[in-house]
Write a protein that binds this ligand. Structure first.
Ligand SMILES: [Mg+2]
Length: 435
């Protein structure tokens, strides 16, 4: 008999076909048919793993599941997701910035296994121990819906998960979606035997990178100059300085770095949302003479109209976006002239799929793209658009990963191996895994 995949009927099955839904037709029902079939496969696997069976019944389950997978692979050319591991690493932040001593990052990861290939995705939260909440959302809601799905359908799955979690707004759901989405893009690139950049649509072999993360407000003036010079000796042509904690001293600090590095080096300033409009206007006017490339996050990001006014009154380009959680959130900031450069964080917005939409927004409106942190991922993204101005070189994950990004004369080289190339060390898992 032909069995429609209902686990209790397993004992009566002699054949396990994929006839549990209408046959596909050429106009769109294929995906629906496949989703239905995938869900049945998931239910069968769930029943097998959740219930104790005799050895012969277990063998029967495995046989039937195997046949089902092979049938799906043949009919849909699918790469079937078999297993997803989720985890949280709580790692120390690097100390050289001084502003963040004692801080931690939480990395919330998903490793997706399909047909002998695995994809790695992760998102991060700074210092608030919210990682377990993201992991719970993954484990309870999203991961169960992945088992049996085609791993190459990253965009389709992203929009399904967006619809599924829409009532949560754009927040914790975007971190969970990012972990899945990045893993699926990594996996698809590996299946296709090419880098993540090539999978997205690579234009450039390398992208400009600026030194960041060693220029905190709390460094002494001599430390600030010394660390900034260190970036230049490493080949970088631009560095970012933090401002905004002591407005009276900021012009002297920027001036000292400008004198030490010379006029040909790019200097960005970042206030990390610390200032009011009047403070930002005053500081910006006093810093204009040092010719900064941009003034980043002068004020809290949600004050869009204040950013528009500041951009109109300063000669320095106003930029931001690391706290935006969706592509839609950038639209008003682009069309109103609030930002000259968009700085989305790939984990904050929900992954590669959403970053591609933001890059297109930047391209179509003639604004720059300089993604926030996450250099190892961003180098792939930034290589796929002509809007890229810089990637932020801030290697805070280096102590915990096997891979190292190559910087050559101030440019980050796009890794050529399959996928994104990022792998966390086993030591990091042993030492820092908290969930
Ligand atoms: Mg910033």
């Amino acid at each position: 008999m032909i069995c429609t995949i209902a686990p209790p009927l397993l004992s009566h099955c002699t054949d396990f076909s994929i006839t549990n839904t209408a046959r596909p037709t050429p106009h769109g029902t294929v995906d629906r048919h496949m989703r239905s079939t995938s869900h049945s496969l998931y239910r069968l696997e769930e029943h097998r793993s959740a219930t104790r069976h005799s050895k012969s019944t277990e063998q029967r389950f495995r046989h039937v599941i195997g046949r089902q997978k092979r049938a799906m692979q043949k009919e849909f050319s699918a790469v079937i997701i078999e297993r997803v591991e989720t985890w949280v690493l709580r790692v120390p932040f690097i100390r050289t910035s001084a502003d963040f001593d004692g801080a931690h990052h939480e990395l919330i990861g998903a490793t997706v296994h399909a047909d002998g290939v695995s994809g790695l995705g992760y998102s991060f939260i700074t210092d608030h121990a919210g990682g377990v909440a993201v992991k719970a959302l993954l484990d309870e809601l999203l991961v169960p819906r992945l088992i049996g799905r085609d791993a190459t359908k990253a965009e389709q799955i992203w929009f399904e998960f967006e619809a599924l979690t829409h009532r949560m707004g754009t927040g914790i759901n975007r971190f969970a979606m990012a972990s899945i989405d990045i893993a699926l893009w990594d996996l698809r690139a590996k299946v296709n035997g090419r880098s993540l950049a090539a999978e997205i649509g690579q234009i450039h072999e390398s992208v400009p990178a600026y030194g960041s993360g060693k220029a905190g407000n709390r460094l002494s003036l001599s430390e600030l100059v010394e660390l900034s010079e260190g970036y230049i000796s490493e080949g970088f042509t631009a560095v970012k300085l933090r401002v905004g904690e002591n407005l009276r001293n900021d012009p002297d600090r920027v001036s000292a770095v400008r004198r030490a590095l010379g006029d040909d080096v790019g200097i960005m300033i970042d206030a990390n949302e610390r200032l009011s409009y009047s403070e930002a206007l005053s500081l910006g006017r006093r810093l204009e003479e040092f010719d900064p490339l941009w003034f980043e996050e002068p004020m809290p990001y949600m004050h869009r109209e204040a950013h528009v006014r500041l951009a109109q009154h300063l000669a320095i380009p106003v930029v931001g976006g690391e706290h935006h959680c969706s592509a839609e959130g950038f639209v008003d900031y682009v069309t109103s002239g609030a930002f000259s450069v968009l700085q989305p964080n790939v984990c904050m917005v929900g992954g590669i799929t959403e970053m591609v939409r933001i890059m297109k927004l930047a391209e179509l409106h003639g604004v720059g793209f300089a993604p926030h942190l996450m250099t190892d991922l961003n180098v792939h993204l930034a290589a796929t658009t002509n809007s890229t101005i810089y990637v932020e070189y801030f290697p805070w994950m280096e102590p915990y990963t096997e891979n190292r990004l190559t910087i050559d004369e101030g440019r980050a080289l796009v890794p050529e191996g399959p996928g994104h190339g990022i792998q966390f060390t086993s030591a990091a898992f042993e030492q820092y895994r908290v969930a």
